[in-house]
Write a protein that binds this ligand. Structure first.
Ligand code: F6R
Length: 614
Protein backbone atom coordinates (compact mmCIF):
# COMPACT_ATOMS: atom_id res chain seq x y z
CA UNK A 1 0.00 0.00 0.00
CA UNK A 2 1.42 3.34 -1.14
CA UNK A 3 4.34 3.53 -3.52
CA UNK A 4 7.37 5.60 -2.62
CA UNK A 5 10.42 6.61 -4.62
CA UNK A 6 13.58 8.60 -3.92
CA UNK A 7 16.34 9.52 -6.36
CA UNK A 8 19.78 11.16 -6.37
CA UNK A 9 21.82 11.25 -9.58
CA UNK A 10 22.60 13.03 -12.82
CA UNK A 11 19.16 12.69 -14.43
CA UNK A 12 16.11 14.92 -13.95
CA UNK A 13 14.80 13.91 -10.53
CA UNK A 14 11.27 14.85 -11.53
CA UNK A 15 11.30 12.53 -14.52
CA UNK A 16 12.85 9.61 -12.65
CA UNK A 17 10.52 9.99 -9.68
CA UNK A 18 7.32 10.42 -11.71
CA UNK A 19 8.20 7.45 -13.95
CA UNK A 20 8.93 5.44 -10.81
CA UNK A 21 5.52 6.38 -9.42
CA UNK A 22 3.90 5.28 -12.67
CA UNK A 23 5.32 1.78 -12.11
CA UNK A 24 4.24 1.80 -8.48
CA UNK A 25 0.77 3.20 -9.00
CA UNK A 26 -0.71 -0.27 -8.52
CA UNK A 27 0.21 0.10 -4.84
CA UNK A 28 -2.27 2.94 -4.32
CA UNK A 29 -3.91 5.58 -6.45
CA UNK A 30 -5.77 7.96 -4.14
CA UNK A 31 -3.26 10.79 -4.71
CA UNK A 32 0.28 11.42 -5.92
CA UNK A 33 2.99 13.97 -5.26
CA UNK A 34 6.67 14.86 -5.65
CA UNK A 35 9.16 17.05 -3.78
CA UNK A 36 12.53 18.10 -5.24
CA UNK A 37 15.47 19.95 -3.77
CA UNK A 38 16.26 23.02 -5.84
CA UNK A 39 18.56 25.88 -5.00
CA UNK A 40 18.43 25.40 -1.23
CA UNK A 41 14.65 24.99 -1.11
CA UNK A 42 12.01 22.29 -1.48
CA UNK A 43 9.74 22.59 -4.51
CA UNK A 44 6.96 20.20 -5.42
CA UNK A 45 3.38 19.47 -6.28
CA UNK A 46 0.77 16.96 -5.09
CA UNK A 47 -2.72 16.14 -6.27
CA UNK A 48 -5.66 14.04 -5.17
CA UNK A 49 -6.65 11.27 -7.58
CA UNK A 50 -4.60 9.19 -9.95
CA UNK A 51 -1.10 10.05 -11.12
CA UNK A 52 -2.60 11.54 -14.30
CA UNK A 53 -3.78 14.52 -12.22
CA UNK A 54 -0.25 15.18 -11.02
CA UNK A 55 1.07 14.71 -14.57
CA UNK A 56 -1.35 17.35 -15.80
CA UNK A 57 -0.41 19.81 -13.04
CA UNK A 58 3.31 19.31 -13.71
CA UNK A 59 2.80 19.79 -17.45
CA UNK A 60 1.01 23.09 -16.78
CA UNK A 61 3.50 24.30 -14.16
CA UNK A 62 6.81 22.40 -14.54
CA UNK A 63 9.10 22.24 -11.53
CA UNK A 64 12.66 23.63 -11.80
CA UNK A 65 15.62 21.37 -12.66
CA UNK A 66 16.71 19.13 -9.79
CA UNK A 67 18.75 15.96 -9.26
CA UNK A 68 17.39 15.00 -5.86
CA UNK A 69 13.77 14.14 -5.25
CA UNK A 70 11.12 11.96 -3.64
CA UNK A 71 7.61 10.94 -4.67
CA UNK A 72 4.55 9.10 -3.43
CA UNK A 73 1.42 7.44 -4.70
CA UNK A 74 -1.09 6.96 -1.90
CA UNK A 75 -3.60 4.46 -0.57
CA UNK A 76 -5.31 6.59 2.08
CA UNK A 77 -5.31 5.52 5.73
CA UNK A 78 -5.32 8.62 7.99
CA UNK A 79 -7.20 11.42 6.27
CA UNK A 80 -9.23 11.28 3.05
CA UNK A 81 -7.76 11.45 -0.45
CA UNK A 82 -7.40 15.25 -0.80
CA UNK A 83 -4.65 17.53 -2.14
CA UNK A 84 -3.76 18.56 1.42
CA UNK A 85 -3.48 15.01 2.69
CA UNK A 86 -1.43 13.92 -0.35
CA UNK A 87 2.28 13.30 0.26
CA UNK A 88 4.98 14.66 0.41
CA UNK A 89 4.43 16.48 3.70
CA UNK A 90 6.68 19.23 4.94
CA UNK A 91 7.84 20.61 8.26
CA UNK A 92 6.64 24.03 9.43
CA UNK A 93 9.45 25.89 7.69
CA UNK A 94 9.28 23.82 4.54
CA UNK A 95 12.88 22.68 4.95
CA UNK A 96 12.19 18.94 5.14
CA UNK A 97 9.78 16.93 2.94
CA UNK A 98 8.72 13.37 3.71
CA UNK A 99 6.80 10.54 2.06
CA UNK A 100 5.50 7.60 4.06
CA UNK A 101 4.05 4.14 3.62
CA UNK A 102 2.42 2.51 6.65
CA UNK A 103 0.71 3.73 9.79
CA UNK A 104 2.34 5.65 12.63
CA UNK A 105 0.30 4.32 15.51
CA UNK A 106 1.38 6.88 18.12
CA UNK A 107 0.84 9.86 15.83
CA UNK A 108 -1.89 11.41 18.02
CA UNK A 109 0.48 11.71 21.00
CA UNK A 110 3.24 13.11 18.78
CA UNK A 111 0.87 15.53 17.13
CA UNK A 112 -0.31 16.83 20.51
CA UNK A 113 3.32 17.28 21.56
CA UNK A 114 4.11 19.25 18.39
CA UNK A 115 0.99 21.40 18.67
CA UNK A 116 1.80 22.18 22.30
CA UNK A 117 5.20 23.36 21.07
CA UNK A 118 3.52 25.73 18.61
CA UNK A 119 3.62 23.64 15.39
CA UNK A 120 0.69 24.02 13.04
CA UNK A 121 -0.12 20.88 11.09
CA UNK A 122 -1.93 21.32 7.82
CA UNK A 123 -3.22 17.80 7.09
CA UNK A 124 -5.11 15.02 8.87
CA UNK A 125 -2.36 12.51 8.15
CA UNK A 126 -0.11 10.64 10.55
CA UNK A 127 2.81 11.34 8.20
CA UNK A 128 2.97 15.06 8.78
CA UNK A 129 4.19 14.57 12.37
CA UNK A 130 7.29 12.81 10.98
CA UNK A 131 8.02 15.81 8.73
CA UNK A 132 7.77 18.21 11.68
CA UNK A 133 9.85 16.01 13.97
CA UNK A 134 12.57 15.56 11.35
CA UNK A 135 12.69 19.27 10.63
CA UNK A 136 12.98 20.01 14.34
CA UNK A 137 16.01 17.69 14.54
CA UNK A 138 17.85 19.08 11.49
CA UNK A 139 17.11 22.65 12.59
CA UNK A 140 18.81 21.78 15.88
CA UNK A 141 21.95 20.76 13.96
CA UNK A 142 21.54 16.99 13.31
CA UNK A 143 22.25 15.73 9.82
CA UNK A 144 19.27 14.15 8.05
CA UNK A 145 20.36 10.55 8.71
CA UNK A 146 20.87 11.19 12.43
CA UNK A 147 17.52 13.00 12.55
CA UNK A 148 15.88 10.01 10.82
CA UNK A 149 17.34 7.59 13.36
CA UNK A 150 16.15 9.69 16.31
CA UNK A 151 12.67 10.19 14.89
CA UNK A 152 12.22 6.59 13.70
CA UNK A 153 13.09 5.29 17.14
CA UNK A 154 10.20 7.35 18.56
CA UNK A 155 7.62 6.09 16.07
CA UNK A 156 5.39 3.08 16.68
CA UNK A 157 3.71 1.02 14.00
CA UNK A 158 4.68 0.27 10.43
CA UNK A 159 6.50 2.77 8.31
CA UNK A 160 8.84 3.42 5.48
CA UNK A 161 9.83 7.08 5.49
CA UNK A 162 11.79 8.79 2.74
CA UNK A 163 12.97 12.36 3.27
CA UNK A 164 14.89 15.23 1.70
CA UNK A 165 16.37 18.28 3.42
CA UNK A 166 16.68 21.56 1.49
CA UNK A 167 20.00 22.17 3.24
CA UNK A 168 21.45 18.80 2.09
CA UNK A 169 20.72 18.72 -1.64
CA UNK A 170 22.99 15.76 -2.36
CA UNK A 171 21.10 13.11 -0.42
CA UNK A 172 17.88 11.22 0.22
CA UNK A 173 17.46 9.41 3.54
CA UNK A 174 15.02 6.58 4.24
CA UNK A 175 14.03 4.39 7.16
CA UNK A 176 12.02 1.19 7.38
CA UNK A 177 10.10 -0.78 9.97
CA UNK A 178 7.53 -3.40 8.97
CA UNK A 179 7.09 -1.84 5.57
CA UNK A 180 8.92 -2.40 2.27
CA UNK A 181 12.00 -0.54 1.02
CA UNK A 182 14.71 -1.52 -1.47
CA UNK A 183 17.70 0.41 -2.78
CA UNK A 184 18.62 0.58 -6.48
CA UNK A 185 22.33 0.79 -7.22
CA UNK A 186 23.12 2.62 -10.46
CA UNK A 187 26.19 4.15 -12.01
CA UNK A 188 26.53 7.60 -10.43
CA UNK A 189 22.93 7.42 -9.22
CA UNK A 190 20.94 5.66 -6.51
CA UNK A 191 17.30 5.00 -5.83
CA UNK A 192 15.10 3.99 -2.95
CA UNK A 193 11.64 2.59 -3.59
CA UNK A 194 8.86 0.36 -2.29
CA UNK A 195 9.80 -2.16 -4.94
CA UNK A 196 12.29 -2.63 -7.73
CA UNK A 197 9.75 -1.89 -10.48
CA UNK A 198 10.29 1.83 -9.72
CA UNK A 199 13.90 1.78 -10.91
CA UNK A 200 14.13 -1.33 -13.12
CA UNK A 201 14.51 0.83 -16.21
CA UNK A 202 17.74 2.28 -14.73
CA UNK A 203 19.30 -0.64 -12.86
CA UNK A 204 18.71 -4.29 -11.93
CA UNK A 205 21.17 -4.23 -9.02
CA UNK A 206 19.50 -3.80 -5.68
CA UNK A 207 20.03 -3.96 -1.94
CA UNK A 208 17.65 -5.31 0.70
CA UNK A 209 17.15 -3.28 3.83
CA UNK A 210 16.53 -4.96 7.16
CA UNK A 211 14.13 -4.09 9.91
CA UNK A 212 14.81 -0.81 11.77
CA UNK A 213 17.48 0.45 9.41
CA UNK A 214 18.23 3.87 7.93
CA UNK A 215 19.78 4.30 4.49
CA UNK A 216 21.40 7.40 3.00
CA UNK A 217 21.84 7.58 -0.76
CA UNK A 218 23.95 10.11 -2.66
CA UNK A 219 25.17 9.95 -6.30
CA UNK A 220 28.15 7.83 -5.32
CA UNK A 221 27.35 6.17 -2.04
CA UNK A 222 24.87 4.09 -0.12
CA UNK A 223 25.32 3.85 3.64
CA UNK A 224 23.11 1.86 5.97
CA UNK A 225 22.93 1.90 9.77
CA UNK A 226 20.60 0.58 12.41
CA UNK A 227 18.68 3.03 14.57
CA UNK A 228 21.61 3.20 17.00
CA UNK A 229 23.90 4.39 14.19
CA UNK A 230 25.88 1.15 13.88
CA UNK A 231 26.84 0.49 10.23
CA UNK A 232 25.08 -2.45 8.58
CA UNK A 233 26.08 -4.34 5.42
CA UNK A 234 22.93 -4.74 3.28
CA UNK A 235 22.38 -7.90 1.22
CA UNK A 236 22.78 -7.31 -2.52
CA UNK A 237 20.60 -9.02 -5.13
CA UNK A 238 20.13 -8.90 -8.87
CA UNK A 239 16.64 -8.59 -10.31
CA UNK A 240 16.04 -11.42 -12.78
CA UNK A 241 13.47 -9.61 -14.92
CA UNK A 242 13.73 -6.44 -16.97
CA UNK A 243 11.73 -3.40 -18.02
CA UNK A 244 9.65 -5.27 -20.60
CA UNK A 245 8.22 -7.40 -17.77
CA UNK A 246 7.00 -4.22 -16.06
CA UNK A 247 5.22 -2.93 -19.18
CA UNK A 248 1.95 -3.93 -20.79
CA UNK A 249 3.54 -5.23 -24.01
CA UNK A 250 0.56 -4.48 -26.23
CA UNK A 251 -2.16 -5.69 -23.82
CA UNK A 252 -4.84 -3.26 -22.62
CA UNK A 253 -4.30 -4.26 -18.98
CA UNK A 254 -1.45 -5.64 -16.93
CA UNK A 255 -3.93 -8.18 -15.61
CA UNK A 256 -4.70 -9.52 -19.08
CA UNK A 257 -1.00 -9.67 -19.88
CA UNK A 258 -0.36 -11.56 -16.65
CA UNK A 259 -3.15 -14.05 -17.38
CA UNK A 260 -1.51 -14.75 -20.72
CA UNK A 261 1.92 -15.06 -19.11
CA UNK A 262 0.78 -17.99 -16.98
CA UNK A 263 2.02 -20.85 -19.18
CA UNK A 264 5.46 -19.30 -19.11
CA UNK A 265 5.31 -18.43 -15.39
CA UNK A 266 4.20 -21.95 -14.44
CA UNK A 267 7.06 -23.35 -16.54
CA UNK A 268 9.52 -21.06 -14.74
CA UNK A 269 8.15 -22.07 -11.35
CA UNK A 270 9.01 -25.70 -12.18
CA UNK A 271 12.43 -24.98 -13.61
CA UNK A 272 15.37 -26.67 -11.89
CA UNK A 273 13.17 -28.18 -9.19
CA UNK A 274 13.17 -31.78 -10.39
CA UNK A 275 15.54 -34.00 -12.31
CA UNK A 276 14.78 -35.90 -15.51
CA UNK A 277 13.54 -38.88 -13.52
CA UNK A 278 10.94 -36.70 -11.74
CA UNK A 279 12.83 -36.61 -8.43
CA UNK A 280 12.23 -33.37 -6.57
CA UNK A 281 15.22 -31.10 -5.85
CA UNK A 282 13.96 -28.58 -3.34
CA UNK A 283 16.96 -27.62 -1.25
CA UNK A 284 15.31 -24.22 -0.75
CA UNK A 285 13.16 -25.85 1.94
CA UNK A 286 16.33 -25.91 4.07
CA UNK A 287 15.15 -28.67 6.37
CA UNK A 288 17.12 -31.82 7.08
CA UNK A 289 15.45 -35.13 6.24
CA UNK A 290 15.08 -35.79 9.97
CA UNK A 291 13.36 -32.44 10.48
CA UNK A 292 11.01 -33.17 7.59
CA UNK A 293 10.20 -36.60 9.03
CA UNK A 294 9.38 -35.10 12.40
CA UNK A 295 6.83 -32.59 11.06
CA UNK A 296 3.52 -33.59 12.63
CA UNK A 297 1.34 -30.72 11.43
CA UNK A 298 1.36 -28.14 8.66
CA UNK A 299 -0.41 -24.81 8.98
CA UNK A 300 -0.75 -22.75 5.83
CA UNK A 301 -1.43 -19.08 6.40
CA UNK A 302 -2.18 -16.38 3.83
CA UNK A 303 -4.78 -13.82 2.73
CA UNK A 304 -7.11 -13.45 -0.25
CA UNK A 305 -6.10 -15.28 -3.38
CA UNK A 306 -2.98 -16.68 -1.70
CA UNK A 307 -5.28 -18.20 0.93
CA UNK A 308 -7.24 -19.95 -1.81
CA UNK A 309 -3.96 -21.37 -3.15
CA UNK A 310 -3.44 -22.66 0.39
CA UNK A 311 -6.86 -24.36 0.37
CA UNK A 312 -5.91 -26.24 -2.79
CA UNK A 313 -2.56 -27.11 -1.22
CA UNK A 314 -4.31 -28.74 1.74
CA UNK A 315 -6.01 -31.28 -0.53
CA UNK A 316 -2.74 -32.12 -2.26
CA UNK A 317 -0.44 -32.14 0.77
CA UNK A 318 -2.71 -34.26 2.96
CA UNK A 319 -3.32 -36.70 0.14
CA UNK A 320 0.34 -37.10 -0.75
CA UNK A 321 1.95 -36.89 2.69
CA UNK A 322 -0.78 -37.85 5.19
CA UNK A 323 0.41 -34.93 7.37
CA UNK A 324 -2.56 -33.06 8.88
CA UNK A 325 -2.73 -29.66 7.22
CA UNK A 326 -4.73 -26.63 8.38
CA UNK A 327 -5.26 -23.51 6.32
CA UNK A 328 -5.91 -20.28 8.11
CA UNK A 329 -6.43 -16.64 7.15
CA UNK A 330 -3.36 -14.83 8.45
CA UNK A 331 -5.37 -12.12 10.22
CA UNK A 332 -7.31 -14.76 12.18
CA UNK A 333 -4.38 -17.07 12.84
CA UNK A 334 -2.50 -15.33 15.58
CA UNK A 335 -5.56 -14.13 17.49
CA UNK A 336 -6.85 -17.62 18.14
CA UNK A 337 -3.77 -18.79 20.02
CA UNK A 338 -2.93 -21.60 17.56
CA UNK A 339 -1.20 -24.70 18.85
CA UNK A 340 2.34 -24.57 17.48
CA UNK A 341 5.34 -26.68 18.41
CA UNK A 342 8.84 -27.22 17.05
CA UNK A 343 7.33 -29.95 14.86
CA UNK A 344 4.79 -27.65 13.23
CA UNK A 345 5.66 -26.41 9.76
CA UNK A 346 4.02 -23.06 9.02
CA UNK A 347 3.80 -22.23 5.33
CA UNK A 348 3.16 -18.55 4.57
CA UNK A 349 2.00 -17.84 1.02
CA UNK A 350 2.35 -14.28 -0.28
CA UNK A 351 2.90 -12.94 -3.78
CA UNK A 352 4.19 -9.58 -2.57
CA UNK A 353 6.00 -10.83 0.52
CA UNK A 354 4.80 -7.67 2.26
CA UNK A 355 1.25 -8.44 3.39
CA UNK A 356 1.21 -7.15 6.96
CA UNK A 357 -1.28 -9.75 8.23
CA UNK A 358 0.82 -12.62 6.89
CA UNK A 359 3.99 -11.05 8.24
CA UNK A 360 2.51 -10.76 11.72
CA UNK A 361 1.32 -14.38 11.51
CA UNK A 362 4.82 -15.69 10.75
CA UNK A 363 6.34 -13.59 13.50
CA UNK A 364 3.90 -15.16 15.90
CA UNK A 365 4.71 -18.65 14.58
CA UNK A 366 8.44 -18.14 14.91
CA UNK A 367 8.05 -16.78 18.41
CA UNK A 368 6.37 -20.12 19.24
CA UNK A 369 9.41 -21.89 17.69
CA UNK A 370 7.55 -23.30 14.72
CA UNK A 371 9.51 -23.57 11.48
CA UNK A 372 8.32 -21.04 8.86
CA UNK A 373 8.58 -21.61 5.13
CA UNK A 374 7.54 -18.79 2.79
CA UNK A 375 6.14 -19.23 -0.70
CA UNK A 376 6.73 -15.86 -2.29
CA UNK A 377 7.18 -14.07 -5.60
CA UNK A 378 9.16 -11.02 -4.54
CA UNK A 379 12.87 -11.15 -3.97
CA UNK A 380 14.04 -8.78 -1.26
CA UNK A 381 10.64 -8.63 0.46
CA UNK A 382 10.05 -8.93 4.18
CA UNK A 383 8.19 -12.25 4.54
CA UNK A 384 10.94 -14.41 2.98
CA UNK A 385 13.54 -12.45 4.89
CA UNK A 386 11.85 -13.24 8.16
CA UNK A 387 11.15 -16.89 7.34
CA UNK A 388 13.44 -19.87 7.90
CA UNK A 389 13.32 -20.73 4.21
CA UNK A 390 11.61 -19.65 1.01
CA UNK A 391 10.37 -21.20 -2.21
CA UNK A 392 10.27 -18.40 -4.78
CA UNK A 393 7.51 -18.68 -7.36
CA UNK A 394 9.47 -16.93 -10.16
CA UNK A 395 6.33 -15.48 -11.77
CA UNK A 396 7.99 -12.15 -12.63
CA UNK A 397 6.43 -8.87 -11.50
CA UNK A 398 2.67 -8.98 -10.93
CA UNK A 399 1.38 -5.46 -11.41
CA UNK A 400 -2.36 -5.87 -11.98
CA UNK A 401 -3.97 -5.54 -8.56
CA UNK A 402 -5.92 -8.77 -9.03
CA UNK A 403 -3.60 -11.73 -8.64
CA UNK A 404 -3.49 -14.22 -11.53
CA UNK A 405 -0.07 -15.65 -12.34
CA UNK A 406 0.71 -15.09 -8.66
CA UNK A 407 -2.02 -17.65 -7.84
CA UNK A 408 -1.10 -20.31 -10.38
CA UNK A 409 2.60 -20.18 -9.52
CA UNK A 410 1.72 -20.39 -5.81
CA UNK A 411 -0.19 -23.57 -6.66
CA UNK A 412 2.89 -24.97 -8.39
CA UNK A 413 5.10 -24.16 -5.40
CA UNK A 414 2.58 -25.86 -3.07
CA UNK A 415 2.44 -28.95 -5.28
CA UNK A 416 6.24 -29.12 -5.35
CA UNK A 417 6.40 -28.79 -1.59
CA UNK A 418 3.82 -31.54 -1.09
CA UNK A 419 5.62 -33.88 -3.47
CA UNK A 420 8.97 -33.14 -1.85
CA UNK A 421 7.63 -33.94 1.61
CA UNK A 422 6.11 -37.15 0.22
CA UNK A 423 9.45 -38.07 -1.36
CA UNK A 424 11.42 -37.56 1.86
CA UNK A 425 8.83 -39.29 4.04
CA UNK A 426 8.29 -42.02 1.46
CA UNK A 427 4.52 -41.68 1.57
CA UNK A 428 4.43 -41.95 -2.25
CA UNK A 429 6.47 -44.19 -4.50
CA UNK A 430 9.03 -42.52 -6.74
CA UNK A 431 7.09 -43.42 -9.89
CA UNK A 432 3.90 -41.91 -8.46
CA UNK A 433 5.73 -38.67 -7.71
CA UNK A 434 7.34 -38.69 -11.16
CA UNK A 435 3.89 -39.10 -12.75
CA UNK A 436 2.63 -35.94 -11.01
CA UNK A 437 5.80 -34.06 -11.96
CA UNK A 438 5.22 -35.13 -15.57
CA UNK A 439 1.70 -33.87 -15.46
CA UNK A 440 2.83 -30.58 -13.92
CA UNK A 441 5.27 -30.20 -16.80
CA UNK A 442 2.35 -30.64 -19.21
CA UNK A 443 0.30 -27.88 -17.55
CA UNK A 444 1.81 -24.87 -19.39
CA UNK A 445 0.72 -26.32 -22.74
CA UNK A 446 -2.77 -27.04 -21.38
CA UNK A 447 -3.07 -23.48 -20.07
CA UNK A 448 -1.91 -22.15 -23.42
CA UNK A 449 -4.68 -24.05 -25.22
CA UNK A 450 -7.22 -22.34 -22.99
CA UNK A 451 -5.72 -18.93 -23.66
CA UNK A 452 -5.73 -19.53 -27.40
CA UNK A 453 -9.50 -19.83 -27.11
CA UNK A 454 -9.99 -16.81 -24.81
CA UNK A 455 -12.54 -15.30 -27.19
CA UNK A 456 -15.13 -17.95 -26.22
CA UNK A 457 -14.98 -16.79 -22.59
CA UNK A 458 -14.89 -13.10 -23.57
CA UNK A 459 -18.12 -13.48 -25.53
CA UNK A 460 -19.88 -14.90 -22.45
CA UNK A 461 -18.48 -12.08 -20.29
CA UNK A 462 -19.66 -9.36 -22.65
CA UNK A 463 -23.10 -10.89 -22.84
CA UNK A 464 -23.39 -10.98 -19.04
CA UNK A 465 -22.02 -7.50 -18.42
CA UNK A 466 -25.22 -6.23 -16.82
CA UNK A 467 -25.91 -9.10 -14.44
CA UNK A 468 -26.22 -8.22 -10.75
CA UNK A 469 -25.01 -11.43 -9.22
CA UNK A 470 -22.98 -14.50 -10.20
CA UNK A 471 -22.43 -17.69 -8.21
CA UNK A 472 -19.51 -20.12 -8.48
CA UNK A 473 -19.73 -23.76 -7.42
CA UNK A 474 -16.98 -26.31 -7.01
CA UNK A 475 -16.15 -29.44 -5.06
CA UNK A 476 -12.88 -30.69 -3.58
CA UNK A 477 -9.96 -28.81 -5.25
CA UNK A 478 -12.56 -27.07 -7.40
CA UNK A 479 -14.06 -25.37 -4.34
CA UNK A 480 -11.14 -22.94 -3.83
CA UNK A 481 -11.25 -22.29 -7.58
CA UNK A 482 -14.91 -21.26 -7.18
CA UNK A 483 -13.92 -18.93 -4.33
CA UNK A 484 -11.17 -17.44 -6.47
CA UNK A 485 -13.51 -16.95 -9.45
CA UNK A 486 -15.94 -15.07 -7.21
CA UNK A 487 -13.19 -12.91 -5.68
CA UNK A 488 -11.90 -11.91 -9.13
CA UNK A 489 -15.38 -10.83 -10.17
CA UNK A 490 -16.10 -8.90 -6.96
CA UNK A 491 -12.88 -6.97 -7.01
CA UNK A 492 -12.89 -6.10 -10.71
CA UNK A 493 -16.55 -5.86 -11.73
CA UNK A 494 -17.97 -4.72 -8.37
CA UNK A 495 -20.89 -7.11 -8.62
CA UNK A 496 -22.13 -9.59 -6.09
CA UNK A 497 -20.33 -12.88 -6.55
CA UNK A 498 -20.04 -15.82 -4.21
CA UNK A 499 -18.25 -19.12 -4.30
CA UNK A 500 -19.72 -22.20 -2.63
CA UNK A 501 -18.78 -25.79 -2.07
CA UNK A 502 -21.42 -27.41 -4.29
CA UNK A 503 -22.41 -29.82 -1.52
CA UNK A 504 -23.35 -26.90 0.67
CA UNK A 505 -25.99 -25.60 -1.73
CA UNK A 506 -28.90 -27.50 -0.27
CA UNK A 507 -27.98 -26.28 3.19
CA UNK A 508 -29.05 -22.74 2.34
CA UNK A 509 -27.47 -21.01 -0.65
CA UNK A 510 -29.80 -22.68 -3.16
CA UNK A 511 -32.40 -20.16 -2.00
CA UNK A 512 -30.40 -17.50 -3.86
CA UNK A 513 -31.05 -19.14 -7.22
CA UNK A 514 -33.57 -17.25 -9.32
CA UNK A 515 -34.57 -17.29 -12.96
CA UNK A 516 -31.61 -16.54 -15.23
CA UNK A 517 -28.98 -16.22 -12.49
CA UNK A 518 -25.56 -17.15 -13.95
CA UNK A 519 -23.86 -19.94 -12.01
CA UNK A 520 -20.37 -21.18 -12.88
CA UNK A 521 -20.00 -24.87 -12.14
CA UNK A 522 -16.50 -26.32 -11.95
CA UNK A 523 -16.91 -30.01 -12.75
CA UNK A 524 -14.28 -32.37 -11.28
CA UNK A 525 -12.50 -34.72 -13.69
CA UNK A 526 -14.27 -37.97 -14.44
CA UNK A 527 -11.43 -39.87 -12.72
CA UNK A 528 -13.14 -39.09 -9.43
CA UNK A 529 -16.50 -40.67 -10.28
CA UNK A 530 -18.21 -39.98 -6.98
CA UNK A 531 -17.23 -36.28 -6.94
CA UNK A 532 -17.99 -35.83 -10.60
CA UNK A 533 -21.43 -37.41 -10.42
CA UNK A 534 -22.40 -35.43 -7.33
CA UNK A 535 -21.45 -32.23 -9.10
CA UNK A 536 -23.52 -33.14 -12.13
CA UNK A 537 -26.54 -33.76 -9.87
CA UNK A 538 -25.97 -30.36 -8.27
CA UNK A 539 -25.99 -28.72 -11.70
CA UNK A 540 -29.31 -30.36 -12.53
CA UNK A 541 -30.81 -29.14 -9.27
CA UNK A 542 -29.92 -25.49 -9.80
CA UNK A 543 -30.90 -25.60 -13.44
CA UNK A 544 -34.31 -26.95 -12.46
CA UNK A 545 -34.67 -23.80 -10.36
CA UNK A 546 -33.92 -21.42 -13.21
CA UNK A 547 -30.14 -20.97 -12.95
CA UNK A 548 -28.25 -20.21 -16.13
CA UNK A 549 -25.42 -22.72 -15.87
CA UNK A 550 -21.94 -21.96 -17.19
CA UNK A 551 -20.26 -25.31 -16.91
CA UNK A 552 -16.48 -25.65 -16.83
CA UNK A 553 -15.81 -29.31 -17.66
CA UNK A 554 -13.00 -31.34 -19.12
CA UNK A 555 -12.80 -32.11 -22.80
CA UNK A 556 -14.66 -35.26 -23.71
CA UNK A 557 -16.97 -35.19 -20.67
CA UNK A 558 -20.34 -35.53 -22.41
CA UNK A 559 -22.30 -36.13 -19.21
CA UNK A 560 -22.77 -32.39 -18.67
CA UNK A 561 -23.88 -31.49 -22.18
CA UNK A 562 -27.58 -31.61 -21.40
CA UNK A 563 -27.34 -29.37 -18.36
CA UNK A 564 -25.04 -26.60 -19.56
CA UNK A 565 -26.43 -23.35 -20.93
CA UNK A 566 -22.83 -22.46 -21.70
CA UNK A 567 -20.09 -25.06 -21.85
CA UNK A 568 -16.47 -24.04 -21.32
CA UNK A 569 -14.08 -26.89 -22.02
CA UNK A 570 -10.78 -27.32 -20.20
CA UNK A 571 -8.08 -29.92 -20.99
CA UNK A 572 -8.41 -33.13 -18.97
CA UNK A 573 -6.21 -33.15 -15.85
CA UNK A 574 -6.03 -35.04 -12.59
CA UNK A 575 -8.29 -33.79 -9.80
CA UNK A 576 -5.55 -32.19 -7.69
CA UNK A 577 -3.95 -30.32 -10.59
CA UNK A 578 -7.20 -29.24 -12.24
CA UNK A 579 -7.20 -25.82 -10.45
CA UNK A 580 -4.27 -24.74 -12.65
CA UNK A 581 -6.48 -24.88 -15.72
CA UNK A 582 -9.96 -24.42 -14.25
CA UNK A 583 -9.10 -20.98 -12.89
CA UNK A 584 -8.04 -19.60 -16.27
CA UNK A 585 -11.53 -19.12 -17.79
CA UNK A 586 -12.66 -17.49 -14.54
CA UNK A 587 -9.78 -15.00 -14.68
CA UNK A 588 -10.53 -14.22 -18.34
CA UNK A 589 -14.23 -13.83 -17.55
CA UNK A 590 -13.67 -11.31 -14.73
CA UNK A 591 -11.13 -9.32 -16.73
CA UNK A 592 -13.35 -9.07 -19.78
CA UNK A 593 -16.58 -8.37 -17.90
CA UNK A 594 -14.93 -5.53 -15.94
CA UNK A 595 -13.51 -4.16 -19.19
CA UNK A 596 -16.97 -4.27 -20.78
CA UNK A 597 -18.35 -2.35 -17.80
CA UNK A 598 -15.72 0.34 -18.38
CA UNK A 599 -13.83 -0.28 -15.13
CA UNK A 600 -10.13 0.22 -14.56
CA UNK A 601 -9.10 -3.43 -14.37
CA UNK A 602 -5.57 -2.79 -13.12
CA UNK A 603 -6.63 -0.35 -10.43
CA UNK A 604 -9.97 -1.45 -8.98
CA UNK A 605 -11.61 0.98 -6.60
CA UNK A 606 -10.63 0.97 -2.91
CA UNK A 607 -7.88 -1.62 -3.42
CA UNK A 608 -4.10 -1.60 -3.52
CA UNK A 609 -1.76 -4.34 -4.59
CA UNK A 610 0.18 -5.00 -1.48
CA UNK A 611 -1.63 -4.65 1.80
CA UNK A 612 1.12 -3.41 4.08
CA UNK A 613 -1.16 -2.33 6.93
CA UNK A 614 -3.10 -4.67 9.21
C1 F6R B 1 -6.85 -10.71 -5.05
C2 F6R B 1 -5.57 -10.40 -4.45
C3 F6R B 1 -5.47 -10.39 -2.97
C4 F6R B 1 -4.11 -10.93 -2.53
C5 F6R B 1 -3.95 -10.80 -1.01
C6 F6R B 1 -2.63 -11.37 -0.53
O1 F6R B 1 -6.80 -10.70 -6.45
O2 F6R B 1 -4.62 -10.12 -5.14
O3 F6R B 1 -6.51 -11.09 -2.38
O4 F6R B 1 -4.00 -12.27 -2.92
O5 F6R B 1 -4.01 -9.45 -0.65
O6 F6R B 1 -1.55 -10.74 -1.14
P1 F6R B 1 -0.11 -11.37 -1.12
O7 F6R B 1 -0.14 -12.62 -1.90
O8 F6R B 1 0.77 -10.32 -1.75
O9 F6R B 1 0.23 -11.62 0.32
Amino acid sequence: MCGIVGYVGGKSAQEVVVEGLRRLEYRGYDSAGVALVHDGAIVGDKRAGKLANLDKALAEAPLPESHTGIGHTRWATHGGPTDVNAHPHRGSRGRVAVVHNGIIENFAVLRAELEAAGHELASETDTEVAAHLLEREVSAGADLAAAMRTVSARLEGAFTLVAVDAAAPDRVVASRRNSPLVVGVGDGEHFVASDVAAFIEHTRDALELGQDEVVTITCDEVSVTDYAGTPVEPRAFHVDWDLSAAEKGGFDWFMRKEIFEQPHAVGDALLGRHDDAGRLQLDEVRMSEDEIRSVDKIIITACGTAFYAGLVAKYAIEHWTRIPCEVELAHEFRYRDPILTRDTLVVAISQSGETADTLMAIRHARAQRAKVLAICNTNGSTIPRESDAVIYTHAGPEIGVASTKGFTTQLVACYLLGLYLAQVRATKFGDEIAAVVDELSAMPARMQRLLDDAETVYAVARELKDVRSVLFLGRHAGFPVALEGALKLKELAYIHAEGFAAGELKHGPIALIEEGMPVFCIVPPRGRDFLHDKMVSGIQEIRARGARTIVVAEEGDRSVDGYADVLLRIPASSTLLQPLTAVVPLQLFACELATAKGHDVDQPRNLAKSVTVE
